[in-house]
Design a protein around this ligand. Structure first.
Ligand code: PEP
Length: 250
């Protein structure tokens, strides 16, 4: 059975002191569950300190992005090895904010996924359509392209264990959530694509999270859908109690 995974993407929020306070609060109120894996993704500057505070807990640590190069003249970039060195196990790749605000292409995302896997980081590979694409009836085409290009040249063995996050761009940070039926439809579509690209076994074993205005009030209905295996949470993970309640309701 697939384990549910709830990840909190802190985005560009929380300086070092604020990050320490938030992770301490989360640790205090989060009730450990065997069936739900919890991950936090603080900004780069807080990873090391949060990592130390997570020692001895079951909470996983993720970065929000990384570079596909190993080292060198890439000002402002952070490598997979650097993330590993501060205790990251996961990395969010292809988030729609990276794609739309920073011009990341499917090709960039593909190189990053390959690099993450080669350094034993687990990618949280994000895909999703814009409202315009959905309204134009292009949703499935867009997602298929993101999945196919993002996973180009990556073997089944290498991709097994990776996480996919379906995040409709129109639902991120907008307060508009996909209905459980809308989300389930796309999750099933993604699972089927994974089956076509790899195998039924990989498709059935891959965790596909939903992201887009997940809150404690809508988490259980969304995560209760057959192909929805957890949530990637933005805004609602910045308060320990709402994040803990999403985990509780998962
Ligand atoms: C996200 O950024 O991954 C996200 C889902 O944000 P929010 O929950 O705020 O919509």
């Amino acid at each position: 059975m697939r384990k549910k995974i709830v990840a909190g993407n802190w985005k560009m929020n929380n300086d070092l002191n604020e990050s320490i306070s938030l992770i301490n609060e989360i640790k205090e109120i989060l009730v450990d569950r065997d069936d739900v894996k919890v991950i936090v993704a603080p900004p780069f500057t807080s990873l090391d300190s949060v990592s130390q505070l997570l020692r001895g807990t079951e909470i996983g640590l993720s970065a929000q992005n990384m570079c596909y190069e190993d080292s060198g003249a890439f000002t402002g970039a952070v490598s997979a090895k650097m993330l590993k060195s501060v205790g990251c196990e996961y990395v969010i790749l292809g988030h729609s904010e990276r794609r739309t605000l920073f011009g990341e292409t499917n090709g960039d995302v593909n190189k990053k996924i390959k690099k993450a896997i080669s350094e034993s980081l687990i990618p949280i590979f994000c895909v999703g359509e814009t409202l315009e694409e959905r309204e134009a009836g292009k949703m499935k085409k867009v997602i298929k392209k993101q999945i196919k290009k993002g996973l180009k040249g990556i073997s089944e063995e290498d991709f097994s264990g990776a996480i996919v996050a379906y995040e409709p761009v129109w639902a991120i940070g907008t307060g508009k959530t996909a209905t459980p039926e809308q989300a389930q439809e796309v999750h099933a579509f993604i699972r089927n694509l994974l089956k076509e690209l790899y195998s039924e076994t990989l498709a059935e074993n891959t965790t596909i999270q939903y992201g887009g205005s997940v809150k404690p009030e809508n988490a259980s209905e969304l995560i209760g859908q057959k192909d929805i295996d957890g949530a990637l949470v933005g805004g609602a993970c910045l308060k320990a109690d709402s994040f803990a309640n999403i985990v509780k309701n998962a």
